[in-house]
Design a protein around this ligand. Structure first.
Ligand code: CP3
Length: 353
């Protein structure tokens, strides 16, 4: 069935739209009181992810409040390492932890590639449940972490600010690092393919920590594996648009766009008009307001949104978003001010000629 609102997909294909589509990374999250209530009912975050009806409920919550142009599957990038048996726990205030981190060739040899429809069945069930509950109101975005970003969690055993052990492996044991990244690339390709088969209308790869690498290491250990995912999906006949987002990847936009993806996510360091001049005739750009601006007044939020729309300029090929996820301290009314301002202020850039 045709989508009632297909602005998001039209922008990804750089086809005309009436106004700029907008969604927000982490749009279902702790800044929403109704999310906190559902999470409390679930007991904890992982149970929420693993219960398709509850994952569906929180996916739809931001769409009830705001005129968002896309839904994103409620899940986490760490479902894959969890299914590989790394022993994931997520504690409030501590963040994700793995009880069996992957640090040696033997550790890497032990981990298997999860079968999405059995080992990650709860994710595919969530996609099917959400897709049906959406009734084609807006498209559904599926997602996964990039191999490098997943490897940082698997090697470090949790979040890290400097990736000491992960980077050490890249330089001391590059063959081990490649073996691990190759397993993650194969797992992510199967996982995204299964999400699309279950109903996802587009997929996004979160390379949250690619920007921590040197240019050479980015090519060898992050971009190369995202390229394998793009190629693998295409070879498997997956035709939905793919968005690649390397946080801190502003210097490498040409290389990211050259992978054959349809959309490139931008963090807030890059001027979107300059990014458009570099790669905007090849791909759609997604981003890129600094999430910190949502702490300012609605007037400031609207002014900054208008500045980004103006910097992108006339025509399609822009999906408005933040440059990273919305944080738990944000006032939901400010997100409403942002979403409404994007729709209102962008019409002038899509006037039919
Ligand atoms: O965008 C969405 O609304 C969809 C849901 C989504 C979540 N995580 C839910 C979540 C998505 C797309 C993610 C991706 C994710 N998860 C990334 C990549 C995006 C990014 O932010 O760079 C990363 C690095 C993770 C790993 C992760 N998950 C961390 C480090 C944490 C703990 C930090 C924190 O914010 O608490 C999580 C937990 C998590 N994932 C929460 C949510 C809503 C908070 C958990 C809670 O409710 O307590």
């Amino acid at each position: 069935m045709a989508l009632k609102n297909d602005r998001f997909l039209r922008a990804l294909h750089r086809e005309p739209v009436d106004c700029t589509p907008v969604w927000i990374m982490r749009q279902a999250g702790r800044y929403l009181p109704e999310y906190r209530a559902t999470r409390q009912r679930a007991g904890d975050f992982l149970t929420l992810c693993k219960t398709p009806e509850l994952a569906c409920e929180v996916t739809l919550q931001p769409l009830e409040r705001f005129e968002l142009d896309a839904a994103i599957l409620f899940s986490d990038i760490l479902t894959i390492p969890d299914a590989m048996g790394l022993g994931l726990t997520l504690e409030e205030g501590v963040g994700p932890r793995f009880s069996n981190p992957v640090r040696s060739a033997a550790d890497i040899a032990r981990i298997g590639i999860p079968d999405p429809e059995s080992d990650l069945r709860y994710v595919m069930d969530a996609v099917r449940t959400i897709k049906s509950a959406l009734r084609d109101r807006v498209p559904l975005i599926g997602f996964a972490g990039s191999p490098w970003t997943l490897a940082t969690y698997a090697i470090e055993g949790g979040s890290s600010s400097d990736y000491k052990l992960a980077k050490k492996m890249l330089y001391d044991a590059p063959a081990d690092a490649h073996a691990l990244l190759d397993k993650f690339a194969r797992a992510v390709t199967l996982y995204l393919k299964a999400q699309v088969a279950a109903g996802a209308d587009a997929v996004m790869v979160f390379d949250s920590w690619g920007g921590a690498l040197s240019a050479a290491a980015y090519d060898e250990f992050s971009l190369r594996y995202m390229q394998l995912i793009v190629d693998g999906l295409k070879a498997a006949g997956v035709s939905v648009p793919i968005i690649l987002f390397t946080k801190g990847g502003g210097l490498w936009l040409e290389k990211i766009a050259a992978t054959g993806c349809q959309g490139v996510g931008l963090d807030w360091h890059t001027d979107i008009g300059a990014a458009r001049a570099r790669i905007g005739n090849r791909v759609c750009l997604q981003g890129n307001m600094d999430p910190a601006i949502l702490r300012a007044s609605p007037t400031a939020v609207e002014r900054e949104a208008a500045a980004i729309l103006s910097s992108f300029g006339q025509g399609s090929g822009h999906i408005f978003n933040l440059g990273h996820g919305v944080t738990p301290d944000i006032e939901p009314d400010n997100v409403k001010a942002l979403v409404d301002a994007v729709h209102r202020c962008s019409r002038q850039y899509h006037a039919s000629t």
